[in-house]
Design a protein. Structure first.
Length: 474
């Protein structure tokens, strides 16, 4: 089996990954695929059929909406102090941690799969992270070692750029990094295609220096899989696959709709009774027709309901896409939506994000722990004090003025504490994200007390005089 062979699960899901990638890339890429997504009509009419179609990129817009909700609150990394500067560039390629994590979530929304490799350059330095899309992890294998199921082989596809035939040409070549277990230790080989004669190419592997920590070889492969529901090598159904399927159906309907509009929006003239079938007749006020006796002429005009049916089908598909995850496409609802209804409408979206961000936090925590362990900042590669916490509050809920007033009244009546009051105000989105409850209390305490709401002095004097007069009368 050659090094570029793929896992059966990879072969099963790769077509779906390509379909989703094309949808996210938008109309230009989708149309360039031609009959892949838009069936062939008559060859002479197909180009017009294709040009008139419209691709409404519900998939891309949905992903951006979900991504914005997921990172409404930035992830929080808890790492040893020596690691904190690394978070500004976790890849040694000027990629900060938040950007690295955001790419992870964005890619999983498309394919449901991602990979994170922890590496360290030969000769020292510090550990860093390398990301791999689903397409660049073509093969893997697990096994049981010392009673534990672990990753025993993973092949990673990478790109190398080499000089071409002259000083200006650059050749792009695929290479494979193969990490596996050999004798209980991690081994690394890099495979490249080389000419072997007779215009044949063969994959040749080159053994690399083994990854080590403090002079000792690693006993595991420093690679973490990240999925939708769990951090395992198993492929999962892409979370937005159903949406993408409807998105392409909508695209085909637009082709039919605009094709029908093109043919039916202009009346078609007809003439009968001509003896010469080659006669060319021009239409317009500049031209006059001389017809033989008994000839007739008129217009064919569209009068059916077919176009209305297609338009309704387009609307139905847009509603389906909204229900399948494209919440950013929904029209604002008339009237006031109850809190329970709003919660139900958001449940599909939040459950998807909760699963994806949860596994992302788990996978990134494992990667950060390996980094810290590799550098000697901890002796436990599963140190749970090192972790990444993802946002789980996806819906920005602003507290209403009436709710705020009710809270303040409860506090004034000693029904709740000051801490509870400030906590609820912060959850209601009325305090800056970076400000803590303690910060808000300190700011309040530092302010001057409000002016008393007293009465004017002359009014007080008049009331005093009235009281003296009443006492004397008594």
């Amino acid at each position: 089996m050659p090094v570029d062979s793929v896992h059966p699960h990879y072969a099963l899901y790769a077509p779906a990954w390509q379909m989703i990638r094309d949808a996210v890339d938008g109309e230009l890429v989708v149309k360039n695929r031609g009959t892949t997504y838009l069936p062939m009509l008559e060859p002479e009419d197909y180009q017009d059929y294709l040009i008139n179609a419209r691709f409404y990129n519900a998939t891309g817009r949905t992903i951006q909406g979900l991504l914005g909700a997921a990172f409404r609150v930035p992830p929080i990394a808890e790492v040893p102090p020596a690691m904190e500067p690394w978070l500004m560039d976790v890849s040694l390629a000027s990629v900060p941690l938040e950007a690295f994590v955001k790419k992870d979530v964005e890619d999983k929304l498309q394919t449901g799969r991602y990979g994170i490799r922890v590496d360290m350059r030969e000769g020292g330095g510090r550990p860093y992270l390398v990301s791999y899309t689903a397409e660049n992890i073509p093969y893997w294998r697990e096994g049981v070692v010392n009673g534990r199921r672990i990753l025993t082989t993973v092949r990673l596809k990478e790109i190398e750029f080499a000089p071409g035939k002259d000083e200006f040409e650059v050749e792009k070549k695929d290479v494979f990094h193969v990490l596996d277990h050999e004798g209980g230790f991690c081994r690394l080989r890099i495979f490249r295609q080389v000419e072997t004669g007779n215009n044949r190419q063969e994959w040749i592997g080159e053994l690399q220096p083994p990854p080590t920590r403090m002079g000792q070889r690693l006993t595991f492969i420093p690679f973490v899989f990240d999925g939708v529901s769990e951090s395992t090598p198993d492929c999962e159904k892409p979370p937005l696959l159903d949406l993408v399927t409807v998105n392409y159906g909508h695209y085909r309907l637009t082709a039919d709709y605009y094709d029908a509009m093109r043919f039916t929006s202009k009346p078609q003239p007809w003439v009968s009774g001509l003896t010469d079938s080659d006669t060319k007749m021009r239409i317009g006020s500049r031209y006059a027709w001389t017809l033989p006796a008994g000839a007739q002429t008129g217009y064919l005009e569209y009068s059916g309901a077919g176009i209305a049916d297609i338009r309704q089908a387009l609307n139905d598909d847009e509603s389906r896409m909204a229900r399948l995850g494209a919440a950013v496409l929904e029209e604002p609802k008339e009237g006031v939506e109850s809190a329970e209804t709003a919660s139900i409408n958001q449940s599909g979206k939040t459950s998807l994000l909760a699963s994806i961000t949860g596994t992302t936090g788990h996978a990134m925590s494992k990667a950060l722990r390996i980094m810290a362990w590799w550098k000697g900042l901890t002796n436990n590669v599963e140190d749970e004090s090192i972790k990444l916490t993802m946002n789980s509050d996806f819906i920005e809920a602003r507290m209403s003025p009436s709710d705020l007033e009710a809270l303040v009244r409860s506090w004034q009546a000693r029904g709740i504490s000051r801490d509870t009051l400030t906590y609820n105000i912060k959850r209601g989105g009325l305090l800056p994200d970076e400000r803590t409850i303690e910060d808000e209390h300190a700011l309040i305490d530092a302010e001057e007390p409000p002016m008393p709401q007293g009465q004017p002095e002359n009014l007080d004097e008049e009331e005093d005089e009235e009281e003296i007069e009443e006492e004397e009368a008594a």
